[in-house]
Design a binder for this molecule. Structure first.
Ligand code: HGY
Ligand code: MN
Ligand code: MN
Length: 436
């Protein structure tokens, strides 16, 4: 990709007009999310994979920036590779931030992340259509990295905006050995200025994120929208078992130091410990690699990840301690070396009660139904942005609760209700600001 990164000033006019001409904002938001699942906005011609600082990410920034400009916003790419569209206000008071992420997991669904960005743009578009300027600016932020699908760290770019990153956090490389600094250079950004993406303290008065629930509760209860009360905390571990590779035909079973057998026992221990805890405690082994990986060789080394989550940090930490003890016991019993590195700790993050109450009112006004409150088991940029400003999260029903899966889907009618609720929420904040 051109070293200049996404050129937002000179949109690629040769590209077919990708503006989706939907009558209403919610439907247009859904159609735009679907549009962004295909090349050049995905690295995969057969599905959606869009990792941070890749050509697909740059193309998505270009396209979304065009949609932002059509909504009366001024788009820019910050030092961390986030796309930020400002809908300026009648004054330069602290801004309302509306955001979510535009990176994806591998073979992802269309709505996890982008729907929150598209809805933020639709809020600005609705105000723009009325020629309205609020007492405060609105910044819609399309975070470049939330999933951590490229580098061994997630929510890198919301942490940059929130100012919670250390320079040491930037010394990372992806699975191909490309460093963050090299990837940023390819995106037209300098790793040396990455931390300047930080919003100054007090520059934002609230952060709102709309996101699919990624779970079954709203659909099971026949509700279109929900209000998030808290986001579960996470801890992520990188684990290595090192045994002795050996000939599969001549290594006696009693003498083996089989790293994969140890890892298999560990995976079941993780499941057992999580199942024994409270309902909101979950733990997952999501990635595992075996070396040397030959049919006729006893595995000598296994690397795998463990991540644990719970609504309360104490529950998460107790389960993590039990898992670590189990790993030690398994390694000692099998004579296999164990190495564990903690790669991520994200504290549980409560949403701001006053904003949640305001959002619940907006949901009731928009839907005429009760505002269901729920804890989010999935992580979101909102849990990081809470360090910068009070946060509110709006959940949107998703079909079958399916997510991180191409089958991820929403009802356009629910997204219309989400847009209406967000506009009610914003109008309430504006009225309060004007009255102050
Ligand atoms: O992993 C998560 O909870 C989020 O989808 N990044
Ligand atoms: Mn996700
Ligand atoms: Mn997400």
């Amino acid at each position: 990709m051109a070293p200049s990164g996404p050129d937002l000033a000179h949109p690629d006019l040769a590209r077919p007009d990708l503006t989706v001409r939907s009558a209403s904002g919610g439907t247009r938001a859904v159609e735009r999310c679907r549009l962004l699942t295909r090349p050049p906005f995905s690295a995969d011609p057969n599905g959606l994979t869009r990792a941070y600082l890749t050509p697909a990410h740059a193309e998505a920034c270009r396209q979304i920036a065009e949609w932002m400009a059509q909504a009366g916003m001024e788009p820019r790419i910050d030092a961390a590779g986030n796309l930020i569209g400002r809908y300026s206000g009648a004054s330069d008071r602290p801004a309302l931030l509306i955001g979510s992420h535009i990176d994806s997991v591998r073979d992802a669904g269309a709505f996890d992340g982008p729907l929150g960005v598209m809805l933020g743009i639709e809020c600005a578009a609705a105000l723009h259509l009325q020629g309205r300027r609020l007492p405060f600016p609105i910044d819609v932020i399309a975070f470049g990295d939330e999933e951590g699908s490229r580098f061994p760290a997630s929510m890198l770019t919301s942490r940059a905006v929130a100012g919670t990153l250390d320079p040491a956090d930037l010394a990372i490389a992806d699975g191909d050995g490309v460093t963050l600094a090299e990837a940023l250079a390819g995106f037209g950004r300098d790793a040396g200025t990455f931390l300047s993406a930080r919003y100054p303290t007090g520059s934002a008065f609230a952060y709102l994120e709309a996101h699919i629930e990624q779970g079954p509760v709203l659909e099971a209860e026949g509700l279109a929208l929900g209000v998030v009360t808290a986001i579960a905390g996470q801890r992520r571990l990188a684990v290595t078992f090192t045994g002795t590779p050996g000939h599969a035909g001549t290594s006696a079973m009693t003498l083996r130091r089989d790293a994969l057998a140890a890892a298999a026992e560990a995976v079941l221990a993780v499941e057992r410990i999580a199942r024994a805890g409270p309902d909101d405690l979950v733990a997952t082994v999501g990635r595992l690699s075996v070396a040397p990986g030959a049919t006729n060789v006893v595995p000598g080394r296994v690397d795998f990840t463990i991540e644990g989550r719970a609504g309360a940090d104490m529950v998460r930490d107790r389960a993590t301690a039990e898992i670590l003890a189990a790993l030690d016991t398994i390694g000692a019993a099998r004579g296999i070396a164990l190495a564990v590195e903690e790669t991520q700790v994200l504290p549980a993050s409560p949403c701001a009660p006053a904003l949640a109450e305001r959002l619940a009112d907006a949901v009731r006004t928009a839907t005429g139904a009760p505002a269901r409150r729920l804890v989010s088991g999935a992580g979101h940029d909102a849990m990081v942005m809470a360090a910068l400003a009070p946060t509110a999260m709006l959940f949107i029903r998703c079909t079958g609760g399916i997510s991180h899966n191409p089958a991820e889907d929403v009802h356009a009618a629910d997204v219309e209700l989400a847009l209406a609720a967000m506009l009610h929420f914003i109008e309430g904040l504006a009225a309060e600001s004007e009255a102050a």
